[in-house]
Design a protein around this ligand. Structure first.
Ligand SMILES: NC(=O)c1ccc[n+]([C@@H]2O[C@H](COP(=O)([O-])OP(=O)(O)OC[C@H]3O[C@@H](n4cnc5c(N)ncnc54)[C@H](O)[C@@H]3O)[C@@H](O)[C@H]2O)c1
Length: 327
């Protein structure tokens, strides 16, 4: 039996604390400590979780097998590089890095060193998405809303890199086709970068995705709606619910169904609510990462997935900038 993998967390803020809590319950991983440069926070976290705070991130990296980076986005590349160069596996929060140049550099380093790197696109482990993952998803139109109330955390980057990147990653994982064209507009309302944006992505296979993200909304919403030839699939990431509406010959007992007349004759519309697995998404993503290290498999959200999501995000930001100049 192998010894448990020693894990250290860099950045114990809002999300880092959730990670600390979750690492404690993950088999095959032993949380050994954390690093946070904010002394006051470091003492409070150390006391609350009865966990050693290391004097420097470098010391923590030396001591661990796995480094979990939950520092602000503009420090992701710095800590990724330090950990990868010491041969340590890296879990890094989303987005992979703040700039494309940094993202390419980190992907290159990961490849050369052979370590595993997973990006924290935690919505891939949202139970509402997992509930529909075994369906044959081949959407031709996708409608996305991710609306949040304003919070200064995360505003070191635009709403595209902070919030929309979750949906970009999910859509790329479902559509599996090249991006043909992007049109986008966005407005910086409370910060220096776009706080609200609407984006249309057309894929090579004809699928169109329409995404709206806002971090200045009164109401919260995180929904993806998929429309395809034979079905509508609604995924509510916030309420953790899913709904599948299908045209069927016969509805089974578990579905609510009614008949409609169509030009092709009578059809049955069946509405099903797939069972939602009762899981904690953060726990599941960290567990999955440990599994990929142990089994030497590709992480569910690999460094390439992180890079691809960033490439699309940056194309969107360029389009928004072009539109702003045009006005
Ligand atoms: N996956 C998600 O859904 C999700 C949600 C929230 C945040 N995030 C990501 O997590 C990261 C952290 O966000 P947060 O909301 O926890 O921010 P936060 O500000 O609450 O926490 C950041 C922590 O990092 C520490 N820190 C500051 N500079 C540092 C440095 N140079 N090295 C190490 N630590 C440093 C701070 O003292 C603070 O405790 C961001 O990249 C953000 O995008 C992801």
């Amino acid at each position: 039996m192998n010894e448990s993998l020693k894990v250290g967390v860099i950045g114990a803020g809002y999300l880092g604390k959730f990670h600390i809590e979750n690492w404690k319950s993950i088999a095959d991983a032993k949380l050994v400590g954390f690093y946070d440069p904010d002394q006051k926070n470091a003492i409070a976290v150390s006391d609350k979780y009865d966990l050693p705070c290391f004097e420097s991130g470098e010391q923590l990296i030396d001591y661990c097998d796995v480094i979990d980076i939950a520092a602000p986005t503009d420090y992701h590349a710095y800590w990724c590089e330090k950990a990868i160069k010491k041969g340590k596996h890296v879990f890094v929060e989303k987005p992979l890095t703040a700039s494309m140049e940094e993202a390419r550099h980190i992907v290159e380093l990961t490849r050369e060193s052979g370590v595993r790197l997973q990006v924290g696109h935690v919505e891939r482990f949202n139970p509402a998405l997992l509930a529909v993952q075994d369906l044959d998803l081949h959407p031709m139109f996708i409608e996305v809303h991710r609306l949040a109330q304003f919070n200064p955390r995360g505003t070191e980057v635009s709403v595209i890199l902070d919030l929309m990147i979750h949906d970009i990653d999910i859509i790329l994982s479902i559509v599996k086709s090249g991006v043909k064209t992007i049109s986008a507009s966005g407005v910086a309302v409370l910060t220096d970068t776009p706080d609200i944006a609407n984006v249309r992505i057309e894929f090579d296979n004809g699928c169109v995705a329409n995404l709206t993200s806002s971090r200045i909304s009164m109401k919260k919403m995180r929904k993806i709606r998929l429309f395809q030839k034979d079905a509508y699939i609604g995924i509510d990431f916030l309420e953790k619910k899913a709904e599948v509406i299908k045209l069927k010959e016969d509805a089974d007992e578990k579905t609510f169904a009614f008949d409609i007349e169509t030009p092709a004759g009578k059809k049955t519309i069946a509405i099903a609510t797939p069972p939602i697995p009762s899981i904690n998404a953060i726990q599941k993503e960290l567990e999955s990462f440990i599994g990929s290290i142990r089994n030497q498999t590709r992480p569910v959200v690999s460094e390439m997935d992180g890079l691809l999501a960033m490439e699309v995000a940056h194309q969107i930001l360029e389009k928004i900038a072009q539109n702003a100049v045009g006005h």
